[in-house]
Design a protein around this ligand. Structure first.
Ligand code: SF4
Length: 107
């Protein structure tokens, strides 16, 4: 019985070690992600644009002024980066000067 447990431990350790070797692809840097295109169907559904200054004020459901991705509660990544991840568009980067209809103020 003790031998079986040791064998299982060794097998599990081998599986864990293999996962550790393969894991770097999951930890890819955000800067490696593709930019969200304005022609992307999801971007169009959310009225995303790379340039918030082009958005008509009447299109905004939130009355707050100076809305852009860099001051949105849903932006991720590093402050100051031109292209950053966004919770609404997983796997893509949005422009810090961009905007979409989901914009929400940071708390
Ligand atoms: Fe930009 Fe916020 Fe829309 Fe994401 S949710 S695209 S950060 S405005």
């Amino acid at each position: 019985m003790k031998t079986i447990a040791r064998r299982q431990f060794i097998q599990l350790s081998a599986v864990a070690a293999t996962g550790a070797v393969l894991a770097p692809s999951r930890g890819a840097r955000a800067s490696d992600l593709p930019h969200l295109g304005e022609d992307d169907p999801m971007a169009q559904a959310m009225k995303y644009t790379h340039d918030a200054s082009t958005v008509d004020a009447s299109a905004k459901t939130n009355a707050a002024e100076n809305q852009h991705c860099a001051n949105c509660a849903l932006i991720q990544g590093d402050d100051g980066a031109e292209w950053r991840p966004c919770q609404i568009f997983p796997g893509k980067l949005v422009n810090a000067n961009g905007w979409c209809s989901v914009w929400a103020p940071k708390a």
